[in-house]
Ligand binder design. Structure first.
Ligand SMILES: [Zn+2]
Length: 278
């Protein structure tokens, strides 16, 4: 599942690639991908003729700003991809649900095998009233906060660290993979309770959070063995080669050489070092 770094890489790609382009045609092959709209016609009508003026991100949501005061919101869900096609003739991949064609040529294609992702158009002013977006917590990648502000937030929650990091209402954009990497970097167990942290542990957690997200964006996200995540041009990320804990059960911990362990928690695998994460 794409997390904040992968979505941020796509945002940068999109900003460079589609800003200034006019939407000429929109094809919706799978109405489920635009399910917030009454019907696909309404979705298409709100996009055709508009110009993309910029691309923002909130948590794992991409917001393509359009002239005329509306926003095309894109969420990739479990398996969504955005791919650029140079021409309409380029072969269509399986599970291509929405195709946006530009006046200047080229297409943006939305591919999503599991169809949990979606696209919808909303008024800019209404974005904050959309439940999933209005509930989003802090985004320390875009808007760093001081570590003592962060500490106050962490201590106030009294929750286990991994579910807390993955709680979109607390921090927007972190999922199963990056929470394991952040906790390994901080030397903290996934099941430590947030109100048990010492000041220096909070500092380590925040530093690790920022470092992991920044490095992951720098190396253009993580592409796992399923090859599911690729950038706008179909290229995989490289950050998976820098993973220290995630999906590394039995391999030596890069810090203390003890074998990393995996625990199943709430139907998810959690990877950590039982010896140096405390
Ligand atoms: Zn270790």
């Amino acid at each position: 599942m794409p997390e904040l770094p992968e979505v941020e890489v796509l945002r940068r790609d999109l900003e460079r690639d589609i800003t200034g382009r006019h939407i000429k045609t929109v094809e919706v092959e799978t109405p489920r991908s635009v399910r917030r709209h009454k019907n696909k016609k309404e979705f298409i009508g709100r996009l055709e003729g508009k110009k993309v003026v910029g691309v923002d991100r909130r948590g794992k949501y991409l917001l393509c700003r359009l002239d005329g005061g509306e926003v095309l919101v894109i969420h990739l869900g479990m398996s969504g991809q955005l791919r650029r096609a140079k021409t309409a003739r380029e072969a269509k991949m399986k599970h291509t649900h929405v195709i946006i064609g530009f006046q200047q040529g080229g297409q943006l294609r939305f591919i999503d095998p599991r169809t949990f992702g979606e696209m919808f158009v909303a008024e800019t002013d209404a974005i904050d009233k959309i439940k999933e977006l209005s509930h989003l917590g802090i985004d320390p990648y875009d808007h760093p906060i001081s570590w003592d502000e962060f500490g106050a937030l962490v201590v106030s929650r009294k929750a286990k660290l991994k579910p807390l990091l993955m709680d979109q209402k607390f921090i927007a954009g972190i999922g199963n993979m990056y929470s394991d990497e952040i906790l390994w970097g901080a030397g903290l167990r996934w099941d430590r309770t947030s109100d048990s942290l010492q000041a220096q542990e909070i500092r380590r957690l925040y530093r690790s959070l920022i470092e992991v997200l920044q490095e992951a964006v720098k190396f253009r996200g993580s592409t796992l063995s399923d090859g599911q995540y690729v950038d706008l041009f179909g290229q995989p990320g490289e950050y998976q080669t820098y993973h220290n804990a995630y999906d590394r059960e039995g391999k030596p911990c890069p810090r203390c050489r003890q074998p990393l362990v995996r625990e199943r928690v709430a139907s998810r695998s959690t990877y950590f070092c039982a010896s140096c994460q405390v």
